[in-house]
Design a protein around this ligand. Structure first.
Ligand code: GRF
Length: 203
């Protein structure tokens, strides 16, 4: 039997996407396990969820380093210690730097809570609502040097309801986003992937 793929998850907040991955990876047939969870801040629910699951954690805060470049190098080294096959940003609110991308750029996934390329950045659902779109959703993509610009793995559409506010829309997106993340990460680790230009192919 082949070894399960090694996943490192990066978080900055509540970690509900992380929890979905932790639950999925309980099943050996899923094909992966979460070997570490990293964060850019302490005292967040995402780290508590990892600890409760018995997964090692680490924290690299930008302000503990002289500059962003050295933070990037430290984060890269911490992630590399765990020899990941896949690194997943699940609500990680920092853009990584060139060193991190050189090490993990073809295996660093992010999930974003709109249908990219519309509404990148940290206020996606708010911006989508303000624009008045009738459909939004979630996008899973491989991270490149831009903000929410990398090659797309999968997208799921979520309708915007007339009475939505930012909270209700954000929550409805998160439900679809978690399902997509678990489904697509499982597919990637079991079947592999290639990235050619902007196109991601799963054989
Ligand atoms: C997700 O909706 C993600 O798209 C956004 O932040 C949220 C993270 O939620 N960038 P959680 O920490 O996984 O609960």
């Amino acid at each position: 039997m082949t070894e399960p793929a090694r996943i490192v998850v990066l978080v900055s907040g509540s970690g509900s996407n992380l929890q979905a991955l932790l639950d999925a990876t309980d099943d050996p047939a899923y094909g992966a396990r979460v070997v570490a969870v990293g964060a850019d801040r302490d005292a967040i629910a995402g780290l508590d969820r990892a600890a409760a699951a018995g997964v090692p954690t680490f924290v690299e805060r930008v302000k503990d380093h002289p500059d962003r470049e050295q933070w990037d190098a430290a984060l890269t080294a911490r992630v590399a210690e765990h020899r990941p096959d896949l690194v997943i940003s699940a609500g990680f609110l920092k853009l990584v730097g060139p060193r991190f991308l050189a090490a993990f750029g073809d295996r660093y996934l992010n999930t974003h809570n709109t249908l990219l390329p519309a509404f990148p950045g940290i206020h996606g659902p708010r911006d989508a609502l303000a624009y008045g779109v009738k459909v939004t959703g979630a996008t899973l993509f491989f991270v490149d040097a831009g903000m929410d610009t990398g090659p797309i793995v999968a997208q799921v559409a979520v309708p915007v309801c007339d009475d939505d506010d930012v909270d209700t829309l954000t929550e409805r997106i998160k439900e679809a986003e978690r399902r997509q993340l678990v489904e697509q990460v499982g597919r990637l680790v079991r079947e592999g992937w290639t990235i050619t230009g902007r196109k991601v192919t799963v054989p």
